[in-house]
Ligand binder design. Structure first.
Ligand code: PFF
Length: 449
């Protein structure tokens, strides 16, 4: 498509549903399916879920609104837009986003590769009985590398196909299927004998835990990762918006969908584990529960289990893929918009680079964990903190005007501005401070000092 001036026209979403489902697709990912329910069960059950909701309301939705507003206002990648709108000093923030995209996708794709392998083997009915040995095989060495490379190739293919034909189409197909499968699985899990103990373990409120400072940091880190905040992914998606919808409402929709999926995923995982007496594996590792205990539980069901594990891992694979495309899109949009590169070649080049960057994580889960702590936990919060400062102090007038296009209610917009200027930065400063120690540890693991 070429505009009369000869400059290639930037793409945009075909439909509002396409944008929403792509944004929900970015948010709903591996983070929802295992991380949330475990952090919740260890962090105070229902009490944690409440704290998490408060953070989503006070920090998540306002910041997501801010990302949407800057994205739609700029009509270009954050890597270019932040410098143009905020001045030279803000250019590094746009590149920090790109760095986070590269960094997260490099290891995210490794875990996604495992889920893809599980999904394929589940369809072929080839998940062996000894799920622990199977997981060890799938998650290390050559098997893990091959799955990681194939998953990256699929991600590249979708992003290379463009915003409408690639990302929007993939989200419109995969997200409704994901919702259907999840609801089906939750209803099935509710019928399991002895599953009630699982709900109790997941949600038993423990108010004392809420007073511990790490719980706040855990909840905030999880919220950022799960909502895809702090690295311009949703900003990039919103830069393909043309219409003037209410961006506050869109942010609330995406945040509630994401939180709902995380919550319901826990209603699937825990009853299965308790009903089949697999609780000893729960405390060992979160990954172990998902990839070892659950398939073991499904196995005990015989034929029905074959369908259920297929549904479960296909759902996980869809969740991972729609998130991975948003991570790659941040990088690709930056290169396309800053240097005017062609999308297809850029997606292939960036994907190849990320695939290489992920090799150490495919071989060594300590490196994977350290990368997750550094980029997935810490840098996202740092990115969110600076985004709030930029929007709240430097761009507020413009941002408010942009938001007002779909949100006429001035009181709501004023409240949003207060949150972005005061509550969000203060809370995030606390979260950053409490994340310094584990991040230092992660750096030592990564650089071997
Ligand atoms: N939100 C995704 C998940 O919960 O798995 C992960 C993610 C995607 C984080 C995109 C950040 C991002 F920009």
């Amino acid at each position: 498509m070429t505009a009369p001036t000869g400059i290639p026209q930037r793409e945009s979403w075909a439909t509002r549903a396409g944008f929403i489902l792509a944004a929900v697709g970015s948010a709903v990912g591996l983070g929802n399916m295992w991380r949330f329910s475990y952090i919740a069960s260890e962090g105070g059950g229902a009490a944690f879920v409440l704290l998490y909701l408060v953070i989503v309301l006070i920090v998540g939705i306002p910041l997501m609104t801010a990302e949407f507003v800057v994205g739609r206002m700029s009509q270009e990648s954050p890597a270019r837009a932040l410098k143009r709108l905020g001045g030279k000093a803000w250019a590094p923030l746009g590149w920090l986003f790109v760095f986070c995209g590269l960094g997260i996708l490099s290891y995210y794709s490794v875990i996604a590769g495992w889920t893809m392998r599980y999904a394929v083997d589940a369809v072929r009915n080839a998940i062996p009985e000894d799920t622990a040995a199977y997981f060890a095989q799938v998650s290390s060495g050559g098997d893990a590398v091959i799955a990681h490379l194939i998953f990256m190739a699929i991600t590249v293919y979708i992003v290379a196909s463009g915003v409408k034909k690639g990302i929007e189409r993939a989200s419109l197909i995969m997200m409704p299927l994901l919702f259907l499968i999840l609801i089906g699985l939750a209803l099935w899990a509710a019928t399991l004998p002895g599953g009630g103990a699982g709900y109790a373990y997941y949600l038993k409120p423990d108010l004392r835990r809420l007073l511990e400072p790490e719980i706040l940091a855990d909840a905030a880190g999880q919220a950022f990762f799960s909502l895809s905040l702090g690295m311009g992914a949703l900003m990039t998606y919103a830069s393909y918006l043309k219409s003037e919808e209410n961006l506050g409402r869109e942010a609330a929709t995406v945040a509630f969908a994401d939180t709902g999926v995380a919550f319901v995923a826990g209603l699937v995982v825990f009853p299965v584990i308790f009903s089949f007496g697999l609780t000893d594996q729960v405390s060992e590792s979160t990954v172990g529960a998902l990839f070892i205990s659950l398939p073991k539980g499904f196995e005990l069901l015989g034929r029905l289990g074959d369908y259920i594990d297929t549904a479960f891992f296909v759902m996980l694979f869809f969740a991972a893929l729609t998130s991975a495309i948003s991570l790659l899109e941040v990088v690709v949009a930056a290169l396309v918009d800053v240097w005017n590169l062609p999308r297809r070649a850029t997606a292939i080049g960036a994907g190849a680079g990320i695939a290489l960057l992920g090799l150490p994580s495919a071989y060594d889960t300590d490196i994977l964990g350290a990368s997750d702590q550094l980029v997935g936990n810490f840098l996202l919060v740092v990115g969110g903190f600076f985004t709030a400062l930029l929007v709240g102090y430097k761009l507020l007038t413009q941002a408010d005007a942009e938001l007002s296009k779909g949100l006429a209610n001035q009181t709501l917009r004023r409240r949003w501005a207060m949150l972005i200027r005061y509550a969000v930065p203060v809370i995030l400063l606390g979260v950053i401070a409490s994340g310094l120690r584990p991040t230092w540890q992660a750096l030592r693991t990564l650089f071997g000092v």
